[in-house]
Design a protein around this ligand. Sequence first.
Ligand code: DAT
Ligand code: MG
Length: 154
Amino acid sequence: KALQLTLAVIKPDAVAHPLILEALHQKIVENFIIIRKKDLTWRRGDSERFYAEHAGRFFYQRLVEFMSSGPMRAYIIAREDAITHWRGMMGPTKVFRARYTSPDSLRGQYGLTDTRNTTHGSDSIESARREIAFFFPEFLADTWMKMEEPGFRL
Ligand code: DAT
Ligand code: MG
């Protein structure tokens, strides 16, 4: 089975806490091949563009503000079924659901609120493509996969 790429992001709440940042980083190292990694801080406009699909929802302003409130760490990661695997490790979006139904998930263990929920992961092949390009515009996914790893796909 082919390896797959996805985007994983450690959000500002988790980056701000050194022990949580380290724990999440170790989980990623143990479960994936890391292809790229960068620390970055969004401006409000980046936040608004990235989460445009949620514009108008009651939590949108809070989400936009939070995601541009401090440094994040983004990774391009690879393995078989990377998208599903990372989403599974993260657990449910909402923190109480995560805590009670998936206490061992990253959000179940480290999530603070429905907004401050530690991590982001792409939820489909299309969003992985779009979101990798959003965070890593210099990363040419098609060229990289063709030239370096014929077994990879996105
Ligand atoms: P996910 O991050 O699991 O893909 P999503 O795409 O539905 O979840 O929402 C994006 C982010 O928006 C989510 O990580 C945190 C915030 N969010 C979603 N639903 C929320 C809610 N009901 N209350 C507060 N924040 C919410
Ligand atoms: Mg989502």
